[in-house]
Design a protein around this ligand. Structure first.
Ligand code: ADP
Ligand code: 5GP
Length: 204
């Protein structure tokens, strides 16, 4: 009896964490394109807005495509452990703020490069991870050039790391080759079906 009185008061069970879907793969493979289409089909899914030190591209809005931070702001947030993962990529820093995973949703999508995906594998082992692969390195280069959003120097830096990133596909149990966009989207939608919410797409 005495012991029972010393027990702490019961607490409400914590809400189950929001499921996380990690989409990774080399820059230019089509991650952003596929995610945009997936979000259109899955009302329950929300995109995590990453932080970066790279300057905004034309049309990018702070808080929508990225939280654009100065290097010192980014570094201070690293010190304060505000990121669940962060990495240096092609001369800039990128990271996922913890706060992005706290919103209620059927699922949260992270669009991140490989080093970050590896960190999430350790910190959130229950997250679903998908590696998006291009049909070939030539296709990747064509897509980066065709996107016309990066300087020649940025494209070169991205192509320099691409072979190393491609080798990392072995680490992922789920690989989607983005050759035909519709086919890749259908594969992704079926992987994300549980996080889609009431209007789940038919798995095909
Ligand atoms: P990432 O987000 O991985 O850097 P993007 O989504 O920006 O890549 O795509 C890079 C370029 O490739 C864009 O111009 C996009 O329209 C194009 N693209 C995406 N998927 C395909 C595909 N299956 N076939 C041909 N081009 C594609
Ligand atoms: P971009 O400069 O083309 O927007 O992004 C460059 C690379 O950084 C892409 O491969 C993109 O997926 C990745 N990236 C974007 N946000 C994050 C993030 O929060 N963390 C990590 N690790 N990579 C990110």
């Amino acid at each position: 009896m005495q012991r029972a009185r010393l027990l702490p008061p019961p607490i409400a069970p914590a809400a189950p964490p929001t499921p996380v879907l990690v989409i990774t793969g080399p820059s230019g493979v089509g991650k952003g394109t596929l995610i945009r289409l997936l979000l259109g089909r899955c009302p329950g899914l929300q995109l995590s807005v990453s932080a970066t030190t790279r300057p905004p591209r034309e049309g990018e809005v702070n808080g929508r495509e990225y939280h654009f931070l100065s290097r010192s702001d980014f570094d201070q947030r690293v010190e304060r452990r505000e990121f669940i993962e962060h990495a240096e990529y092609a001369g800039n820093r990128y990271g996922t703020l913890r706060s992005e995973l706290e919103r209620p949703a059927g699922g949260i999508v992270l669009e991140i490069e490989i080093q970050g995906a590896r960190q999430v594998r350790e910190t959130l082992p229950e997250a679903v991870q998908v590696f998006i692969a291009p049909p070939s390195l030539e296709d990747l280069q064509e897509r980066l050039v065709g996107r016309a959003s990066d300087s020649e120097e940025q494209i070169a830096r991205r192509m320099e790391v691409a072979p190393v990133e491609m080798a990392a596909r072995e680490e992922f149990s789920t690989v989607v080759v983005n050759e035909d966009l519709d086919a890749a989207l259908a594969e992704l939608a079926s992987l994300a079906a549980k996080m889609c919410g009431p209007d789940e797409p038919e798995s095909s």
